[in-house]
Design a protein around this ligand. Structure first.
Ligand code: ATP
Length: 340
């Protein structure tokens, strides 16, 4: 816990309750080695009170109404190192325009409630940066990011981040029991709820077979888990949190096909009914995406569904050929490379 709360304790004006709510976000700050540059505006309201209710289909009992996500002509430059350290030292908010190099230029799209939007594109194109802005790790330099029709700067960070589930590429586990690793997502989760989440994430059998079940210690020096198993635990954590928005960076690591299939099934459960922004590395994900945004040099170079984009024979078709076409997709036969 010390490790988890460490990065947050520097936030002198943050109430303990808020810290609890931010639990699943600690990693983001830790990974970025960053104190938050943003904080609540005066008069910020809880997102749940002000956002439009989304388009839930009525059958997803445990899933909140999913909201839309809208990027309205977003421009963004990362703050300079001086600004970051200034913010850390003085704990001041920086919500003004950052003067660094602009890495997103006029990014404009809308994910409808419950949609899966896949981000693809070359390394350094700006995909992760787009996902950072959804959680308001930074403020935009121009334009706006809206969730459920509300500018993310007008709602409390706590309420915003409690609606967003983030799964990073390298699923991180703390050196602690499986139970506690899952409870980071929801401290009051019962064992029954934890087991249901493990079941839905396709990892319950493995945990049941471990020497101490939920009390088995995992993490750096604990029970060794494969990449696919760690990912499924991260998905179980996400399911426990039950966010209405999911931001996911799919792993690039090669998994054996059994693990891969289990991760895919778990992901399908986790994403259904939630509005999701996925940095996609899997063929199955891009095929299922409602929209694919092809990001290049901080802009949306192409957008559409898989088949449409293949037919265009542009950057997506090229990416498909180099990154995705060789992947096996059990559900479908190999497909032609489109009209090029
Ligand atoms: P990858 O597929 O390699 O993860 P990406 O498409 O996610 O790449 P981003 O990580 O969003 O790309 O990076 C977009 C641009 O922003 C790059 O030029 C990168 O160097 C820059 N960048 C990323 N993070 C920071 C940061 N914390 N501070 C300054 N610049 C950054």
């Amino acid at each position: 816990l010390t490790r988890m709360y460490g990065p947050l304790t520097a936030l002198s004006n943050v109430h303990v309750d808020v810290m609890t709510a931010l639990v699943s976000f600690d990693r983001v700050f830790e990974v970025l080695d960053l104190e938050p540059l943003v904080r609540d505006r005066d008069g910020a309201r809880p997102l749940g009170e002000v956002r439009e209710k989304g388009g839930g289909d009525g059958v997803r009992l445990s899933k909140p109404d999913a909201p839309s996500i809208e990027f309205d002509h977003v421009r963004f430059a990362y703050p300079s190192a001086e600004e970051v350290s200034l913010a850390s030292l003085e704990s001041i908010a920086r919500t003004d325009t950052a003067p660094g190099r602009e890495v997103l230029h006029d990014v404009h799209f809308r994910a409808e409630p419950g949609q899966l939007v896949a981000l693809v594109g070359p390394s350094g194109a700006g995909k992760s940066t787009i996902t950072h802005l959804v959680s308001r790790l930074y403020d935009v330099s121009g334009g706006a990011v809206r969730i459920g029709g509300v500018d993310v700067r007008d709602v409390t960070l706590e309420s915003l981040r409690s609606e967003i589930g983030v799964v990073s590429q390298d699923a991180h586990l703390y050196h602690d029991t499986i139970r506690e690793n899952l409870r980071y997502a929801r401290p009051d989760a019962t064992d029954e709820e934890i087991l249901a989440a493990l079941e839905a994430a396709q990892i319950a059998d493995l945990v049941a077979a471990m020497p101490e079940g939920l009390d088995t210690v995992v993490g750096d020096r604990g029970y060794r888990l494969s990449g696919g198993e760690k990912q499924r635990l991260a998905i179980a954590r996400l399911l426990l949190k039950a966010p209405s928005v999911v931001v996911l960076d799919e792993a690039t690591a090669h998994l054996d096909s059994e693990s891969e299939a289990a991760v895919q099934r778990a992901l399908r459960t986790a994403l259904a009914g939630r509005t999701s922004l996925v940095i996609a590395h899997r063929l199955s994900t891009i095929r299922e995406a409602d929209q694919i945004l092809v990001i290049e040099d901080g802009r949306i170079a192409e957008r559409g569904r898989h088949e449409e984009l293949l037919l265009q024979g542009g950057l997506y078709a090229e990416l498909y050929r180099t990154q995705f076409a060789h992947q096996r997709d059990e559900k479908r036969p190999a497909e032609p490379l489109g009209a090029e």
